[in-house]
Design a protein around this ligand. Structure first.
Ligand code: ATP
Length: 327
C-alpha cells in the first residue's frame, strides 16, 4: 500500500482528532518527511486535511466527501472490497462488467454521482452529486434464479435497519413493495437487483444489488417530475461524514446477505415493514390501473391484493407496480 493510503486510513480511524506527523510516521514505519509528502499528495488530490500547530493533522468531522478509506475504517469487515468512484454512468452497469471478469463476492462499487442511474423497467433513478450515495454490491449466492427476489427483500430490510441506526431511531423507514424505501409517504431510496443465471443449472451465476439513497435535498431541489414523490433522509440538515457513514452502515447490514441470502427471518421483517398493507392501492399492469386493497406479503414475497369485485390475486413483482390510491 502507498504511504498516502496508510496516512489516510489512520486519519480516517481518528476522524476529528489530530494525529502528529511523528505518530503517523511511527505507525507506518516511514520518515516524517515521507508523511509530509503523503499529506501534500492527498491534499492535491482533493482530500481535506486540516493541521493544528503542534498537535498534528486531522480530517474535519463535517467533511462529507465519500472515500474508500472513510468507508473501510467504519466498516471493519474484510469480506467487502470497497471501490469508490466519483462519477459513473451506473454503479450496477459497471459492477456487472466487473462480475463477468471473475470479481469476487463482496465487491462494493460506490459512487457520489450517477449520470445514468436506473430503476425497474428501464426507468431512471435521479442520482446527482453531493446529496446521495449510490452503492452496488456483487453477490454470488448459491441460489435458484427464481429466489433472486429475496436479495431485494433482504436488501430493503438492510437499508431500513441502517437508516434507523444512522438516525438514532428518529427516522422510521417503510418498504413499499417491492423495492422502494419510503419515509413519510415519499421515496427516499430505490433498490435494483440484476442477476445473471447459469442455463445448465438454473442457479444464479451472480447478482448485482444496487441501492440509491437520497441523503439530503439536492442542490436546487429534486427535478419537477419527482418533486412530489421523492424525499431525502435529512432534508437540508447537514450531518457529519454522513455519506461514508451511510455507505458503511448499509454494507454492514448487507453482510447478512452474504451469510444467508434467502434468510426467512428477514422476510418476516420485510413483511412487517410494509407501507401499503391494509390500504387502498392502485395496481398498474401495463396501461391498466386497477383499484385494490393490499392484504399482505406472502412467503414468496408476492403482494396479495383484493380487487373491488372481491377476487384476490398474489402479484408477482416483475409484472406490476403498485401505488397508494390517490397518488
Ligand atoms: P415500482 O417499484 O413500484 O415500480 P417506482 O415508480 O418507484 O415503483 P422504480 O423503477 O423502482 O419505480 O424507480 C424508478 C422511479 O423512481 C422513477 O420512475 C421515479 O419516479 C422515481 N425516482 C427517480 N429518481 C428518484 C430519486 N432520486 N428519489 C426518489 N425517487 C426517484
Amino acid at each position: 500500500m502507498k504511504t498516502s493510503q496508510y496516512v489516510l486510513e489512520l486519519l480516517e480511524q481518528n476522524r476529528g482528532k489530530a494525529v502528529s506527523g511523528e505518530e503517523l510516521a511511527a505507525a507506518i514505519g516511514v520518515s516524517r518527511n515521507a508523511v509530509w509528502k503523503a499529506i501534500e499528495e492527498l491534499r492535491r488530490s482533493g482530500v481535506k486535511i486540516n493541521a493544528k500547530t503542534k498537535t498534528g493533522y486531522f480530517l474535519p468531522e463535517s467533511d462529507n466527501s465519500l472515500s474508500k478509506e472513510g468507508i473501510t475504517a467504519l466498516l471493519g469487515d474484510e469480506r467487502f472490497t470497497v471501490d469508490v468512484r466519483h462519477t459513473v454512468t451506473s454503479t450496477n452497469d459497471l459492477l456487472k462488467q466487473l462480475a463477468v471478469t471473475g470479481t469476487p463476492e463482496g465487491y462494493a462499487l460506490i459512487a457520489a454521482e450517477q449520470t445514468m442511474g436506473k430503476g425497474r423497467f428501464g426507468r431512471k433513478f435521479y442520482s446527482p452529486d453531493g446529496s446521495g450515495v449510490y452503492i452496488s454490491l456483487l453477490l454470488r449466492p448459491k441460489m435458484k434464479a427464481e429466489d433472486s427476489l429475496f436479495i431485494t427483500t433482504s436488501a430493503a430490510v438492510a437499508v431500513c435497519r441502517a437508516v434507523e441506526t444512522i438516525s438514532g431511531g428518529r427516522l422510521s423507514p417503510k418498504i413499499k413493495w417491492v423495492n422502494d424505501i419510503y419515509i413519510n409517504q415519499k421515496k427516499v431510496c430505490g433498490i435494483l437487483t440484476e442477476a445473471a443465471v447459469s442455463f445448465e443449472s438454473g442457479m444464479l451465476d451472480y447478482a448485482v444489488l444496487g441501492i440509491g439513497i437520497n441523503i439530503t435535498t439536492p442542490e436546487g431541489d429534486f427535478p419537477e417530475e419527482i418533486k412530489g414523490i421523492a424525499t431525502s433522509l435529512f432534508g437540508g440538515t447537514e450531518q457529519d461524514n454522513i455519506r461514508n457513514r451511510i455507505a458503511a452502515e448499509v454494507l454492514k447490514e448487507l453482510g447478512g446477505l452474504i451469510d444467508a441470502p434467502d434468510d426467512k427471518a428477514c422476510l418476516e421483517e420485510y413483511k412487517q415493514r410494509q407501507l401499503l398493507i391494509d390500504r387502498d392501492i392502485v395496481v398498474i399492469k401495463g396501461d391498466k390501473r386497477i383499484f385494490a386493497r393490499a392484504l399482505g406479503v406472502d412467503e414468496r414475497a408476492r403482494l396479495c391484493v383484493r380487487y373491488e369485485d372481491g377476487s384476490t390475486e398474489a402479484l408477482i413483482s416483475g409484472e406490476v407496480s403498485v401505488r397508494a390510491a390517490g397518488n
